[in-house]
Design a binder for this molecule. Structure first.
Ligand code: SF4
Length: 324
């Protein structure tokens, strides 16, 4: 019988999910995906995870709890680096260890190390280890990996074009928060329902956002250490330079180490382009829909007023109000 391998629907599943599922199928395993996040999953995660972790990690623990007892093994990759000389958050590097330490009775973990900053021989040995964990040889594991990356590329949807005339709101945030409506309190759709057109950093390729982040570095700033920080700063820098959006919303998780720095960088850049409204929202397990809706409504009203006859009287960061 095929090995049943659980895939928690959290964190970088929202980025690499199609590759993970196809890879398991190509290796002859049966992937079992946890359901979309709900209250029970969050509650299970809160009970298992350490208090200091961010909300997406706590939710991930809830997905692990859901799958425990239902599968033979769990796929929890150890993401270290997905591009040369840039790194992923330490919580994702240590995720398999956190689960082993905190979830009693968790199934066996299949935890390939994804480290594109290391040499080819290390990557080859990780592919071999992955094959061994799934009961296939290194050759079959390598072919499965190539095929699954190819299949995922073919299946990537194009972003929807923004409707003309609507206020354009650029949204910054990690995909695992924005693509999980339970974590993000449905932020993207809320903005759409308020009549604005959301444009997300993930609508651009990594190459594009990295190009803008490099451009910022070319003008004297230091390059960021974290891949996801580069994406967010790159998208923010693009919007600030081109004026493609009318306002920016930045969603961050309370307690997130990298974001505490990245948010400062984004605010600093926005203050240099004083006419761009910026709303920063921190979320945790206590965040509530009503509070978020009120803030978004007020923000979108402010952006609309700035585009109209009241522009001179509505301040943004670093921009004095015209009191004449
Ligand atoms: S980058 Fe921040 S939100 Fe993401 S896993 Fe790390 S601490 Fe959590």
């Amino acid at each position: 019988m095929n090995l049943a391998v659980g895939v928690p629907r959290g964190l970088l599943f929202h980025e690499y999910g199609p590759i993970m599922l196809e890879l398991l199928r190509q290796c002859g395993a049966r992937p079992v995906l946890s359901p979309v996040t709900n209250r029970e999953i969050l509650q299970a995660g809160l009970e298992l995870c350490v208090d200091e972790a961010c909300l997406p990690v706590k939710v991930f623990f809830g997905h692990v709890a859901y799958l425990s007892g239902k599968v033979d093994a769990l796929l929890v990759p150890r993401f270290v680096s997905v591009e040369p000389r840039a790194y992923i958050c330490p919580k994702l590097m240590g995720l398999p260890d956190m689960i082993r330490a905190r979830v009693c009775g968790a199934p066996r973990l299949v935890d390939p190390c994804i480290d594109m900053s290391s040499g080819l021989s290390r990557i080859a040995s990780q592919v071999a280890a992955l094959g061994q964990a799934l009961g296939v040889g290194r050759g079959r594991a390598a072919i499965a990996l190539v095929k699954s990356i190819d299949a995922a590329k073919r299946g990537s949807p194009e972003p929807e074009p923004a409707p003309s005339g609507a206020i354009r709101i650029g949204i910054l945030g990690h995909n695992y928060a924005l693509r999980d409506p339970y974590i993000s309190l449905d932020l993207v759709d809320k903005i759409r329902r308020l009549g604005a057109a959301p444009i997300q950093a993930c609508d651009y390729s990594h190459r594009e956002t990295a190009g803008w982040e490099r451009e910022r570095a070319r003008r004297g700033a230091k390059r960021l250490f974290w891949t996801y920080g580069r994406r967010l700063v790159g998208a923010a820098y693009r919007w600030l330079e081109t004026g493609e959006v009318d306002g920016i919303v930045h969603l961050a998780s309370f307690g997130c180490g990298p974001e505490s720095f990245v948010a400062e960088v984004i605010q600093h850049e926005a203050s240099k382009h004083g006419d761009m409204p910026l709303l920063c929202i921190d979320i945790d397990e206590h965040s509530a829909e009503a509070g978020l809706t009120t803030r978004l409504e007020a923000f979108i009203d402010t952006v609309a007023m700035r585009s109209g006859e009241y522009a001179r009287y509505v301040p943004t960061s670093g921009q004095p109000v015209d009191t004449r």
